[in-house]
Design a protein around this ligand. Sequence first.
Ligand code: G3P
Length: 225
Amino acid sequence: MTKFKTPTIVVNFKAYQEVDGEGSLRLAKICEDVAKESGVNIAVCPPMVELGSVARAVSIPVFSQNADPHAPGSATGWITASMIRSTGSVGTLINHSEHRSDNRTIEESVELIKAEDLITIVCAESVRKAREVAAFSPDFIAVEPPELIGGDISVTTANPLIVEDTVSSVKDVNKKISVLCGAGVKTGKDVAKALELGADGVLLASGVVKSKDPKATLQDLIKYI
Ligand code: G3P
């Protein structure tokens, strides 16, 4: 796997209009500035159509928001791991709550992604799902309770147990897998709590993408790292 420092803040741009077109690069540059000033590993997940232009323009790690379980070749409209690697991106999310896959697809995707030497972040909506996907040996598992996604209460406050239990369940299966948590994460205190609960970082979106001042938000998010 490409080297990837933890603790980390992974910012998923989703498909918010703020990151349409030039918006993606603008936000990625802000993340890069804060990463450089602080030394914290901040990664970004722009929409697929902006992946290459962002990955070529910033020095922080860039991830795709998804990868399809297809080898290169006749696969119109599908996103292959090879395609993602060729943009200069370092990895990809898969099985996000807003882009779910079945376990067979997740397993196949993890294999194809690893074969391209990309970092895999598999999202899981529950401790049980996290344990199931740990069997496929991704690099990271990100636990995110769907009901808290996009809200104002952080998973670390609303359901700290899911973070702790995911860490212990995943480590039970494979100690090498790192765990992230997400949903409602907005502040440095939320990140500090995530680390205290045993996570290696956070995966977040609206707190940064919809912020009136993304730089100030990021500076707060990294405050206790
Ligand atoms: O992928 C990150 C995510 O689903 C959490 O979203 O907006 O609650 O930070 P948000």
